[in-house]
Ligand binder design. Structure first.
Ligand SMILES: [Zn+2]
Length: 119
């Protein structure tokens, strides 16, 4: 079911990612709230109280006539971008100890937060 959901979201150019439970995370087409589509293809939005499946999503797009374009915050992608940015900065300023220290502390904090989230 997820592959159908992913194909649909790709076709609509909507941002999404797949979480550890293989659920598809994306923004509600109606209100932009972050929502989850489970493996059985069901989703519901706690913000605007819409719910349904891929067909329902398609109906919402048809009804509203809008293309979902809201950017979804993807924590794993964000973590990678932060790491890449630190790597670039450290390459540029190899003698900056404060920067290296900040990188270390940021990485520790990120790892801590990810572990807390997975508990
Ligand atoms: Zn919604």
């Amino acid at each position: 079911m997820n592959s159908i959901a992913i194909s649909f979201l790709k076709a609509k150019r909507a941002h999404y990612y797949v979480d550890k439970q293989s659920a598809v995370i994306f923004c509600c087409f109606k209100c932009g709230n972050k929502i989850k589509m489970t493996l059985d293809g069901e989703w519901d939005c706690s913000f605007c109280c819409e719910s349904g499946n891929v067909i329902t999503l398609d109906e919402i797009v048809e009804k509203l006539g809008n293309q979902p374009s809201s950017l979804l915050f993807n924590p794993r992608k964000e973590r990678k971008q932060i790491r890449d940015t630190f790597d670039k900065l450290i390459c540029k300023y190899p003698d900056d100890r404060q920067l290296k220290n900040l990188q270390q502390r940021t990485n520790q904090l990120i790892e801590f937060l990810f572990q807390e989230k997975d508990k």
